[in-house]
Design a protein around this ligand. Structure first.
Ligand code: NAP
Length: 414
C-alpha cells in the first residue's frame, strides 16, 4: 500500500482488486472521494448520505463503503500548495474506483485542467455519459422520454491530447514550415493544433462501448464521426470501429448495412453497429431519438454531443459522468463548481448522485443503483426539488440541497 501524507486510509476497509478483466469488490471497499470546489461541499454532504442510506437499505450492514477523502483543487492547494497532489492520483490508482465533485480550473497555472490531468495520468480513456429523462423534469422537448442514450467519448486523443502552439511561436512556425515541405499550405501567423487519433485508442473505446451494449442488452452502437471531411482521423475512427466489431464480436453484432442479408452470421438479438456523421447525429437525436442507444465518438464530437443531449432531458444538474479505463474509474459531476451558489445549500446534487449510481453499477452493486434511481424518481415526482428543477416545473416547491437529499432517501421506500 502506498503511504499517504494528507489522506487517511480507513482502517475498516479493503482494496478493490482486478483480475482477468474483472473487478474484485470486497464488502467494505475503500473508495476515495474528492469533495470538489465551490458547491462541491454542499453537494458531497447530500450525496454521501444518499449513497450510505441506499447501501444500508440494500445490504443491512453486510456491505458498506469505507470513504476516503483525497484532495485536489482549492482544498489541496490550501493544504499543501499543490492543485493535484501525487498521492491523490496514487490513491485513485491503488483503490481503483473513485468519485469526485467539480474542480476549479486553475487560471494561468501549469495545469491545463485538473480533470484532464486525472484522465491522462490514470489513462481513463472512456468518458461515459448516460442521458435519460426523469418524468416531471422540465425539458424543451415535446417527448423527452424518447431519448435514452449512453455516450462513450474518447478521452485521451483528438483535441484532448492538448498539442497546440500559439500563433507566431517558434514551434508553430516550425510546424508551418514542415507542412509546407510536405506540399501543403498553412496561412502565415496561424496558431497550430494537432489532432492525433490512433487505431489503438479508437478500438479500445469502441470495444468498451460494444461490451457495454452487450452486457446491458442494448440494441445498437452508433459510431459518430466527421469522416466525410477528415478521412484519416475521423474516417479512420469509423473504419477501426467497424473492424473491432467484426473481428472481436462476430455473431453478437451486425453492421446496419448487413441487416436482413441472408448469411450475415448474426444472432437475432445482435447489437446493430451503425455510423452517423457528427452534424447529422445532432438533428437525429432531436428528431428520431428512439433510434439511438449507445454512441461511440472521438473526443470533440462527444464533448458537444453529451451536453446537448443532457439539455434535451432537462439540464446539467442531473447529468452524470464516469471516466473509465481498464480496471480504474473516476465518476464525476459533469457540471462545474457553480461558485455563486457555494455554501448556500441550494445547488442540485443530482449529477454527483447519478454519477454514484454509475459507480455502484460498475462495482456490481446494481441493487444500490436501482434504489437510488427509485429515490430520485420519487423525489422529482413529489415536486420537492432544488431551484434549477423547480423553475422548470409548474407547482414545484423549491428545497435546499440537503432537503433534496432527504427527499431522495424518503423516495427509496415508496
Ligand atoms: P458551472 O460551474 O457548470 O456553472 C454554470 C451554470 O450551470 C450555473 O450557474 C448553474 O446555472 C448551472 N449549474 C451548474 N451546476 C449545477 C447544479 N449542480 N445544479 C443546478 N444548476 C447547475 O460552469 P462555469 O461557471 O463555467 O465554471 C465554474 C468553474 O468550474 C470553472 O473553474 C470551471 O473551469 C470549472 N469546471 C469544472 C468542471 C469539472 O470539474 N468537471 C466542469 C466544468 C467547469 P444557473 O446560474 O442558471 O443556476
Amino acid at each position: 500500500m502506498a503511504t499517504y501524507k494528507y489522506a487517511k486510509v480507513p482502517a475498516k476497509g479493503a482494496r478493490i482488486g482486478y483480475e482477468g478483466g474483472e473487478l474484485q469488490v470486497p464488502d467494505h471497499p475503500i473508495i476515495p472521494f474528492i469533495e470538489g470546489d465551490g458547491t462541491g461541499a454542499d453537494i458531497w454532504r447530500a450525496s454521501v448520505r444518499v449513497f450510505d442510506a441506499a447501501v444500508e437499505k440494500c445490504y443491512g450492514g453486510k456491505r458498506k463503503v469505507a470513504w476516503m477523502e483525497v484532495y485536489a483543487g482549492e482544498k489541496a492547494f490550501t493544504l499543501c500548495k499543490d492543485w493535484l497532489p501525487e498521492e491523490t492520483v496514487d490513491a485513485m490508482r491503488e483503490f481503483r474506483v473513485a468519485i469526485k465533485g467539480p474542480l476549479t480550473t486553475p487560471i494561468g497555472g501549469g495545469i491545463r485542467s485538473l480533470n484532464v490531468a486525472l484522465r491522462q495520468l490514470l489513462d481513463l480513456y472512456s468518458c461515459i455519459r448516460p442521458v435519460r429523462y426523469f418524468e416531471g423534469v422540465g425539458s424543451p422537448m415535446k417527448e423527452p422520454g424518447l431519448l435514452d442514450i449512453v455516450v462513450f467519448r474518447e478521452n485521451t486523443e483528438d483535441v484532448y491530447a492538448g498539442i497546440e502552439w500559439k500563433a507566431d511561436s517558434p514551434e508553430a512556425n516550425r510546424v508551418i514550415a514542415l507542412i509546407k515541405e510536405l506540399g501543403m499550405n498553412v496561412r502565415a501567423h496561424s496558431a497550430i493544433g494537432i489532432k492525433p487519433m490512433s487505431e489503438f485508442g479508437s478500438k479500445r473505446l469502441v470495444r468498451m462501448a460494444i461490451q457495454y451494449a452487450l452486457k446491458h442488452n442494448l440494441p445498437s452502437v452508433t459510431l459518430v464521426h466527421k469522416g466525410n471531411i477528415m478521412k484519416f482521423t475521423e474516417g479512420a475512427f469509423r473504419d477501426w470501429g467497424y473492424e473491432v466489431a467484426r473481428d472481436e464480436f462476430a455473431g453478437r453484432v451486425v453492421a446496419e448495412a448487413d441487416l436482413g442479408k441472408a448469411g450475415n452470421g448474426a444472432r437475432a438479438d445482435a447489437v446493430v453497429i451503425k455510423d452517423r456523421i457528427a452534424d447529422s447525429i445532432f438533428q437525429q437525436l432531436l428528431l428520431r431519438p428512439a433510434e439511438y442507444s449507445v454512441l461511440a465518438t472521438p473526443n470533440l464530437n462527444g464533448d458537444y454531443l453529451s451536453d446537448a443531449a443532457a439539455a434535451q432531458v432537462g439540464g446539467l444538474g442531473i447529468a452524470p459522468g464516469g471516466n473509465v479505463g481498464d480496471g480504474v474509474a473516476v465518476f464525476e459531476a459533469t457540471h462545474g463548481t457553480a461558485p455563486k451558489y457555494a455554501n448556500l445549500d441550494k445547488i442540485n446534487p443530482g449529477s454527483v448522485i447519478l454519477s454514484g449510481v454509475m459507480m455502484f453499477e460498475y462495482l456490481g452493486w446494481t441493487e444500490v443503483s436501482t434504489m437510488i434511481v427509485r429515490g430520485l424518481e420519487n423525489a422529482i415526482a413529489s415536486k420537492h426539488v432544488t431551484y434549477d428543477l423547480a423553475r422548470q416545473m409548474p407547482g414545484a416547491v423549491e428545497v435546499s440541497t440537503s432537503a433534496f437529499g432527504d427527499q431522495i432517501i424518503k423516495g427509496m421506500d415508496r
